[in-house]
Design a binder for this molecule. Structure first.
Ligand code: CA
Length: 396
């Protein structure tokens, strides 16, 4: 397959029929999209349709579909061109523009350029902009149940999360959860399993978690709090200074590729694994429902398939970037890479189960999603044990 820098097939490749998954993916998309499509009900598309129909005998639908162009604005939760997280949405915009022959152009604004990092959800929901890119666990406190779609401590990894979202009913539940907010979500990027984080204190037992002041957001932060630590939430840009000055004892961020870019190895000595708190977080591309409805079906298909492409492409970028960055960190005499002790992982996993189950108990939407999530996880653990896990453990 011929790829452009964005990782998407070129228009030529699509024209030659080399983008074979297109047809099957379209069929899958039809199956997955449980929402009823209402073509030509949006403002612009409706106007185009009426215009095309003005001429007697005109082929309204075909004419409107192939001619209508759209210019959208995307806001994001990431610094501009930030490796992995931020580049993904730029790649998505390029991908959609190329595949649509320029009929859907998306201008991307980084965090703070139009709206702050954590206001992406509200801006797209209100229709201030058509779309945005971020992470569903940032909506904690507003839509608590959304956290299941990014990452759950000791939850699902990249492969499993995709299995649940695309084929196990997860994406339908996600769309149902976001419908009252006038939003259509798409999985769009995954970092893979993260690292446990950078520590200026050794973690040899559960007692070492007591009093630990750590930057760790979401449910992972609540788990640390119950273990006796003090979780704090900081935007990425403030992590290095806080760790370097001792304002915090530890931080999790993403993994070697992004952590090295922030210079976290110059602010802490111990680099612990695995990233129990985020075993394979999925990022989201959200589209305002009215904007989505205004697109003709071919552009809707292009958006859907491009999000799937970026979901894979970003993970590939992390796989490649992490291996290079980790090699550098392993050769750094000032860095000590350590595995969390088993009893610490067991302890944190017990607390994580409590935290997730309590969320499900107090929120009916979370209960419904958790039931589906937990059922998949229960079946996936033995399946992974004799497949991916068994293979990786035998490899030398
Ligand atoms: Ca993280």
């Amino acid at each position: 397959m011929v790829f452009q820098p964005c990782g998407c097939p070129t228009a030529a490749a699509i024209g030659n029929g080399r983008f074979a998954p297109y047809t099957s993916a379209s069929n899958l998309m039809s199956k997955r999209l449980t929402m009823k499509r209402r073509h030509f009900v949006g403002g612009l598309a409706a106007a185009a349709s009426l215009s095309a129909c003005a001429k007697p005998g005109a082929d309204c639908a075909a004419g409107a579909d192939s001619q209508q162009s759209f210019e959208w604005t995307a806001v994001t939760s990431w610094p501009p061109r930030y490796p992995g997280l931020g580049i993904a949405v730029d790649n998505l915009a390029e991908c959609i523009a190329a595949a649509s022959n320029g009929r859907l152009q998306i201008k991307v604004y980084a965090a703070g350029e139009l709206v702050p990092a954590f206001e992406v959800f509200d801006s797209v929901s209100r229709g201030t902009v058509e779309c945005g890119h971020g992470a569903s666990y940032y909506h904690k406190g507003k839509v608590d149940a959304a956290q299941f779609f990014t990452a759950v401590p000791f939850g699902l990894n990249y492969l499993e999360l995709n299995g649940w979202l695309y084929y196990g009913g997860g994406l339908e539940l996600w769309r149902e959860l976001y419908a009252p907010f006038n939003l259509v979500p798409f999985p769009c990027g995954n970092t893979g399993v993260q690292m446990g984080g950078w520590f200026n204190r050794e973690i040899n037992s559960v007692a070492d978690l007591k009093g630990l002041k750590m930057r760790i957001p979401g449910m992972g932060g609540e788990v640390l709090r119950r273990a006796g630590g003090t979780p704090v939430t900081l935007p990425g840009s403030e992590i290095f200074t806080s760790l370097k000055t001792g304002a915090i004892d530890a931080t999790e961020w993403v993994g070697p590729y992004n952590d090295l870019a922030f210079g976290l190895h110059k602010a802490a000595k111990y680099y612990y694994y695995p990233g129990w708190q985020e075993p394979g977080p999925t990022l989201e591309f959200i589209v305002n429902k009215s904007a989505w409805d205004s697109l003709p079906p071919d552009l809707q298909a292009i958006v859907d398939i491009s999000c799937q492409a970026i979901n894979m492409d970003m993970n590939a970028e992390y796989m490649h970037g992490n291996t290079d960055a980790l090699e550098q960190l392993m050769n750094d005499p000032n860095v000590e890479i350590r595995k969390f002790p088993d009893d610490v992982m067991d302890y944190l996993q017990e607390i994580s189960t409590e935290v997730v189950e309590e969320l499900a108990e107090r929120d009916p939407a979370a209960a419904k999603i958790y039931a589906s999530f937990a059922a998949f996880r229960k079946k996936s653990i033995p399946a992974m044990r004799i497949s991916e896990q068994a293979f990786l453990e035998t490899r030398k």
